[in-house]
Design a protein. Structure first.
Length: 414
């Protein structure tokens, strides 16, 4: 097939934009990307009330408007269906915050722009609904899901998160983005502490957990990262949050003899500036290092095994213990356990919380304990939420326990 025929198959004849076929092909070849899907509200009504020529004028003007945005902002623009257009950020080159700003501008510009229609000798305003997705697969489908969600719930915009597999609204995004900004500026990110106890109930150490502090009418509210962590990653503010909480915890240890367990995501370990400052702190504070456990999430995708192992070996030289967190949550990589030689394995709560009602969970927990002890690794049971669960686990060889049965996370370590 010659180039002219291929071009005609991939081009919309009315607007001269690339069409759905072209979009699908480009998505297939690009890896991760960002897609804005724009639907003209009640387009059929425009056709029915004002005629097909008026409808075509609306489509052509929308195509011209979006083409200008695409040219200045770096998107590729498509007409996907009769009343849907798309802006593709090929290979996700743009900052997610800038994309959200562009989406808001499109919604506002369309609503406030007067479009003259000869058929009625008057102007109308065009309103749009937008769905957004960022992904390395199923990008068009996910943006479509977000668009349908927005329409169904009478929203102007919604976004599909491939991290949490759910749909978020623009208002939620804007709210938490602003709260994160304020919290970072005012250092209103604070550690909470959940005790880890031995079989006698004695507190051995505390796990450090992040909380965002809000002031609501003079009342302080401490917000769990489940509310805002996904958005902090998408807006590239996670590094700042993580740095604040890690170094606040380390500074607290300088003025006490307590022991803390601090979470490190693979994202943290890739942060060269954070690692440089961390190693420097540990070198200058050997007593603190010896009272630290660094917990590494087992269920995170590790792109560079050597980078992770280098981190483990370096901090161990300073006396830091290594724990593998959430073990059993994602088809655990036993080779990584053998290579990293952790001091502690923390069994994931999804297994622990069911041991009183599911014999298979208990059998798997006992197998992890046996494997760990043969390797000289201690075991912590997370998510011990009831007396029934604790009574069953006491009869196993688990070394330490953590969960709401003993204490919720608290502002001050006991």
């Amino acid at each position: 097939m010659d180039d002219k025929k291929i071009s005609s198959l991939q081009t919309d004849s009315l607007t001269n934009l690339n069409n759905r076929t072209s979009l699908v092909e480009n998505i297939k070849n690009m890896g991760i990307g960002n897609l804005i899907l724009i639907d003209i509200d009640n387009f059929n009504s425009i056709n029915n009330l004002y005629g097909i020529k008026s409808g075509d004028k609306v489509l052509i003007e929308m195509a011209e408007y979006l083409s200008k945005i695409a040219k200045t902002r770096g998107y590729e623009v498509y007409r996907v269906t009769s009343d849907e257009f798309a802006l593709l950020d090929y290979k996700a080159k743009m900052d997610i915050t800038d994309i959200y700003d562009d989406i808001q501008s499109i919604i506002d510009d369309c609503a406030y722009h007067d479009l003259y229609l000869e058929s009625i000798n008057d102007t109308i305003n065009i309103h749009v609904t937008i769905g957004f997705a960022t992904s390395d697969h199923m990008l068009l489908e996910q943006a479509g899901s977000a668009l349908q969600y927005a329409k169904k719930n009478y929203l102007k915009f919604s976004a599909y998160s491939n991290i949490t597999n759910n749909i978020q609204t623009l208002s939620s995004y804007i709210y938490w983005n602003n709260e994160i900004k304020k919290a970072i500026q005012s250092k209103n990110i604070t550690p909470f502490f959940q005790p880890i106890v031995d079989k006698s109930g004695k507190i051995i150490k505390h796990e450090v957990l992040m909380r965002l502090v809000q002031n609501k009418d003079g009342n302080l509210i401490y917000v769990s990262p489940t509310e805002f962590l996904d958005i902090s990653v998408r807006t590239k503010r996670y590094d700042e949050l993580s740095r604040i909480i890690i170094f606040k915890a380390l500074e607290m240890l300088k003025n006490s003899q307590k022991r803390f367990s601090i979470n490190f995501a693979y994202h943290d370990i890739k942060n060269k500036e954070l690692m440089h400052d961390l190693y420097k702190f540990l070198q200058n504070n050997p007593d603190v290092a010896k009272r630290c456990t660094f917990e590494i999430l087992e269920n995170e995708l590790v792109e560079d095994t050597q980078l992770l192992l280098s981190f483990v070996n370096k901090v161990k030289k300073y006396g830091v213990q290594i724990a593998i967190d959430d073990f059993g949550s994602g088809f655990s990589n036993f080779e990584m356990i053998l290579l990293s030689q952790p001091d502690i394995i923390k069994i994931d709560g999804s297994l622990i919380k069911k041991v009183d009602v599911d014999n298979k969970s208990l059998t798997l927990v006992e197998a992890i304990i046996a494997f760990s002890h043969k390797m000289g690794i201690k075991v912590v049971a997370e998510f011990v939420h009831s007396k029934e669960v604790y009574d069953i686990l006491k009869n196993t060889d688990i070394d330490m326990f953590q969960g709401y049965y003993f204490s919720k996370p608290v502002f001050t370590p006991n």
